[in-house]
Write a new protein. Structure first.
Lengths: 312, 362
């Protein structure tokens, strides 16, 4: 008798193309459910939103003349020259090709964002578990104070932070910028993860304790696997925030620790004006990591948290 | 030895006392049900035994050892939770294996045990599924399997069947009982369903407001309820409880004044020692028999509502004084609404409770 019920569950999920579903696209629903009118509207809106990105990618494959052509060209002979120039370029015809340093800047961006997001996740998840399961006296006050660190606009706090970095010698170091970005991401990570931990059933943790698990075992074996979706969402948001951050990076990174957004701004200008093709090529390369990470984690973002083991 | 003993256990949450002075001892192989309405402290008592709550005062002795200060993971107890509390990220097999990990068993021993309980509880086909992919009944059996796969000091069940539908509940009741019979461990089951308690328990502890009102065998709590609360809580349909005045007793026949009318009823010899005054009479619906003629030992009632229950029919009648009286007649006896009935209590089946609500009995 119970077998029949279980099979019914499985049968309910719609048949579809597995790899499409893995990408979050359900082939079964789509047009049929929403209707052609709404689908068309959604398509139009999507195209409008995506157009600037599309234009940047298109420009990355254009020559200097094509990029500046009026009226704008949709059909042209694509070139990979811009991408080559991202990493080394000749400033004038016949000149020696020079290292632009973008290999380093891309490494810096990846390293700084990656490490700071991982640190924020690690510290934030542990802190969130503490706030959720072992509340202090004045728990909410602490949580508010943590959030309040993000309430001022960056421009207001940049001068004190700049002075602090100068005095402590953190300016221009990886440690400094990573610490700063970690501190940026922490409030969000703590609040986000706390809300996920708050949702979990305490019975499950009690059961694990009775089954012989220590508090640390409960955290790693029981709680953490249930909040993977939360970890993924926190990681994506944190990554986007630090990856695109410009102001602090501009003022606090040194020559060796410069990130891509800062370096990009410095390619504007020079002897022949703005080189749109080059800028677009950098931009295109810069998009790839975020798109890839979001795409990979999308699966987790879409998946439910607990699979309905505990119904409330 | 697998035993549980609570001595004068009290639990306070701030100014609220959830459990007061509870004494309970469960022998090896014995199943005790904590039964009571919601909020009576039965689940708190269970959590105190498990170590999920600390007793404010009193002793918690498990397997002969005082365990008040030990955390749950060091008490070696197996517990089944009301909402099953399966580990959502682990498969059914991993769920059942989880407690074994901490018993440090070899892989082959662990696998053999899992195979055994999976067979016992018919879970072989779902071992590799996640808890979210199995039915409610299967989840319940996984929760039981995760408990009985171990060799713990004792078993605790918190409302184990409350989330199942009626049919599943009946079959699981039998299954749990037969599984427990083979284990000879002290077991405590919390339930608010008296049928569950009556069928599964060796002894039932009936709780109210944090106190144990009576602890006895299922037969005993039904036949000899200690007070008005137990009498009204145990038994379906509910016992008739009617206020009356005791006028006197002669040769185990007591004269009561009920709604201004005198009634003579067979009673327990102990009632003879009671002084005249207010009492509560308790008569089970199945102990009342309709008579053709009124007599000094009958009560008059006007049939109001007829509820056929299959083999029997439950009749709600109202006395001239406005009391509701429930009684049960065999299906063959047809009672119509509006009919006047003369009800006689079966000999010696009248419970008499004194003014304080305590049963008066030898």
């Amino acid at each position: 008798m119970p077998n029949g019920m279980a099979n019914a569950n499985v049968a309910e999920s719609e048949p579809g193309i597995p790899w499409l579903e893995r990408l979050g696209l359900r082939s079964g629903a789509g047009v049929g459910v929403a209707g052609w009118g709404r689908t068309a509207l959604a398509a139009v809106v999507s195209v409008i939103y995506f157009f600037p990105v599309f234009w940047i990618i298109l420009t990355a494959f254009k020559t200097y003349e094509d990029a500046l052509a009026v009226p704008a060209k949709f059909i042209f002979t694509p070139t990979l020259a811009n991408f080559g120039q991202v990493f080394s370029r000749a400033y004038s015809a016949g000149g020696q090709a020079q290292n632009t340093g973008f290999a380093l800047y891309f490494f810096n961006s990846l390293f700084i964002s990656g490490v700071s997001v991982l640190l924020a996740l690690l510290i934030g998840t542990l802190a969130a578990f503490g706030f959720s399961r072992y509340p202090l006296k004045g728990n909410d006050t602490y949580l508010f104070m943590i959030l309040s660190t993000r309430m001022l606009p960056a421009i207001v706090v940049i001068i004190p932070i700049f002075i602090m970095f100068r005095v402590t010698g953190l300016a221009g170091t990886y440690l400094g910028i990573i610490a700063l970005y970690t501190a940026f991401n922490l409030p969000f990570a703590i609040w986000m993860m706390k809300s996920f931990f708050d949702e979990l059933s305490l019975d499950v943790e009690d059961a694990a304790r009775i089954d012989g698990s220590s508090d640390i075992g409960v955290f790693f074996k029981i709680c953490l696997p249930q909040v993977i979706a939360g970890l993924a969402a926190t990681a994506v948001f944190g990554l986007i925030l630090t990856w695109n951050e410009f102001l602090f990076a501009l003022l606090l990174s040194g020559v060796e620790t410069r990130t891509v957004p800062v370096a990009m701004s410095q390619t504007i200008g020079g002897d022949i004006g703005v080189r749109w093709g080059l800028l677009a090529a950098i931009e295109t390369l810069f998009l790839i990591p975020v798109v890839v990470v979001t795409f990979v984690l999308q699966n987790q973002l879409l998946r439910g948290v607990t699979f309905g083991t505990v119904k409330r | 030895m697998s035993t549980i003993e609570l001595k004068k256990v009290t639990k306070r949450f701030g100014s609220f006392t959830a459990v007061r002075d509870v004494d309970l001892s469960v022998a090896a192989g014995e199943v005790v049900c904590l039964l009571g309405p919601s909020g009576c402290g039965k689940t708190t008592t269970l959590r105190i035994i498990a170590g999920l709550e600390r007793a404010t005062s009193g002793d918690v002795v498990i397997a002969g050892k005082r365990m008040n200060q030990l955390p749950p993971e060091r008490r070696d107890i197996a517990m089944v939770f009301q909402f099953y509390a399966l580990y959502p990220a682990l498969t059914v097999r991993e769920n059942i294996m989880f407690p074994l990990h901490y018993e440090r068993l070899g892989v082959s021993v662990a696998n053999a045990r899992i195979a055994k309980v999976a067979e016992l509880l018919h879970l072989e086909s779902v071992l590799d599924r996640l808890p979210g992919q199995i039915s409610e009944g299967e989840k319940q059996r996984v929760a039981v399997a995760r408990a009985v796969v171990r060799d713990p000091n004792c078993f605790l069940f918190d409302e184990p069947l409350s989330r199942l539908d009626v049919e599943l509940r009946q079959s699981m009741r039998g299954q749990i009982k037969s599984v427990l019979t083979g284990l000879s461990k002290a077991t405590v089951i919390v339930t608010h369903d008296q049928l569950e308690a009556l069928t599964m328990a060796d002894r039932i502890a009936i709780m109210r407001d944090g106190r144990i009102e009576q602890i006895a065998s299922p037969h005993e709590v039904f036949a000899r309820p200690a007070n008005v609360f137990v009498a009204s809580f145990i038994g379906t349909p509910q016992m008739n409880l009617i206020g009356a005045q005791l006028e006197g007793v002669e040769a185990d026949v007591a004269k009561f004044v009920l709604e201004g009318r005198s009634v003579w009823l067979d009673v327990d010899p102990a009632v003879g020692r009671l002084s005249r005054g207010d009492v509560t009479l308790g008569i089970r619906p199945r102990a009342l028999v309709p008579q053709s003629e009124p007599s000094p030992d009958t009560v008059t009632g006007l049939a109001e509502l007829i509820e056929p229950m299959g083999a029997e029919t439950l009749v709600h009648a109202r006395t001239p004084g406005g009391h509701e009286i429930r009684f049960v007649v065999p299906r063959a006896i047809r009672v119509r609404a509006g009919e006047t009935l003369h009800l006689k209590a079966n000999s010696r089946q009248t419970h008499v409770f004194d003014a304080g609500g305590k049963a008066v009995r030898q």
